[in-house]
Write a protein that binds this ligand. Sequence first.
Ligand code: ADP
Ligand code: MG
Length: 616
Amino acid sequence: MSNPSVEKHEFQAEIRQLLDIVIHSLYTHREIFLRELVSNAADALEKFRHLHLTEKEVFDDRLPLEINITTDDQAKTVTIQDFGVGMTREELIENIGTIAHSGTKKFLKALAEGNQRDVNLIGQFGVGFYSAFMVAKRVRVYTRSWHPEGTGHCWTSDGSGTFEIEEVEGQRRGCKIVLELKDDCHEFANADRIREILRRYSSFVPFPINLNGERVNTVQAIWLRNKNEIKDEEYTEFYKYQANAFDEPRYRLHFSADAPLAIHALLFVPQENPERWGFGRIDPEVALYCRKILIDAQPKDLLPEWLRFLRGVVDCEDLPLNISRETLQDRTLIEKLNKIVTGRFLKFLAEEAKNRPEGYDEFFRKFGIYIKEGVATDFTHREALAKLLRMESSVTEKGKYPSLADYVSRMGSEQREIYYLIGPNREALEASPYYEAFKLRGLEVLFLYEPVDEFVMNNLREFDGKKLVSADSPDLKLPDVPTPEAENALSEDETKALCSWLKDTLGERVGKVEASQRLVDSPAMALNTDFMSAHMRRMMRAMDQEVSNNVKVDLQINPRHPLIINLNKARETKGDLAPLIAEQLLDDALIAAGLLEDFRPMLGRLNRILEAAAQS
Ligand code: ADP
Ligand code: MG
């Protein structure tokens, strides 16, 4: 083009790559381009509505806040127009074309992994606009910003390396996007086809959408309706629109309250926990409305952090109407809202746990991490949250998740404490020397497998007035029971002598060495007297923190165990071998405790022990 007012720009490299794929290799779900452009139009209208509350002067003040779509079957075009905020020349360049959103890369990666559904997710990666190029051979964006000064512009591209920007006169506020359809996409110039797509994806767009002059959506603030009149499908559809989701919600809670605040809330728990998909920490997305007007789509303090997996809407009639994101300063109001909504949701979960325990267990398997986070960080709701915890137990079968209350209901009349043990899995915990004393006494132990559990238990500290005590604590007080009979068990004097020999032999590696009241089947166990637990040590290492290799442990031995009995003899008769056995005994105990970090010194020693064992 020779027109001097036309400026040519290059697409940023990643966007070019994205466009190349969008244009040349995406042939399924192409209709979602419309959802993306309509939701951009709705976003622009929403932004304008806010602006209008605070800005004194705006361009084209009287335009209706609506979206107009027109199809032209002759010219093979479809046009999406909104009277939203529009874009200045600089915004055009910045928003579409030159600055690659961080989602660009992620989307490219998802596409490379070849899942058909990923196209459908384009909007979630913040690159929805480019989906227009799936169906259009040329895209024109006519736009005029709401700013009183300035003029209109037209952005044009065929999606290959460049785009052009030109000044245009007589442009109305907002955006008008004209798509010249590709030859194999002429269906989208057909009004019936477009109506069908709008109904499918854009029913709840909170602005009128007109197709060739005819209204196609009726605004439905579903959360304000009586819940007896709402069908499950309507809820699901609303959830999909509002949360940008593609699944069926796992839970839904719809309630209204009059006091102390007049609120209507509709909350959803998704099927899956997206933080497990590697997207990192998700943002809280329960939107805050006031009488159907969006105040903030992602209000930070409306709910506690650990409820960030919830989706939905909270509508509060008592919010001042001219409030905006920036001026949402009335903390006490938000705090009150937070308290009411969180309280209701916790009550809802408690009811689900009681009435539909299987569904709740599944919820806990997927979302329990948030409940745990809440227990550890939210003092206000700790007690209610603790009741919602689920974990395996030594007395229930694998895969069953009793609660702390279940544990308490099974406690014997003398038992004062709740015992738990943290480790990699059930098998390891059942075989752990720490569990032996509990098994012998018929005491229930809760089994926990996640690194956060230690943090959770340390913060919770007690439940129902009972202290939570780790089964590997050095200072446990368990009821006396007769120790199991054993032949040749070491006498008290022999035990004492062996202990002091062990202390001399192991030197700095151990603190106290003494006979254990807790061991049944294992020869020895290590009791961590360090302030840092095995889990903490691993976490510190993972965070690149210096952690010394020398853990402070006490060693307890089992005077009834054949290895201990034989070791006591060996220290007299096999002067060379006995110290090696002592060292290995300690290392074995450290392994069981998850405290041995460097296995290499063990190998040479084991070879020498094996050598002796192999000698006839
Ligand atoms: P997202 O909507 O997630 O930000 P998109 O690729 O859909 O990503 O849009 C990119 C940006 O282009 C938007 O953030 C917005 O700034 C701008 N934009 C797109 N469509 C419009 C529109 N109709 N009116 C005003 N700005 C728009
Ligand atoms: Mg978008």
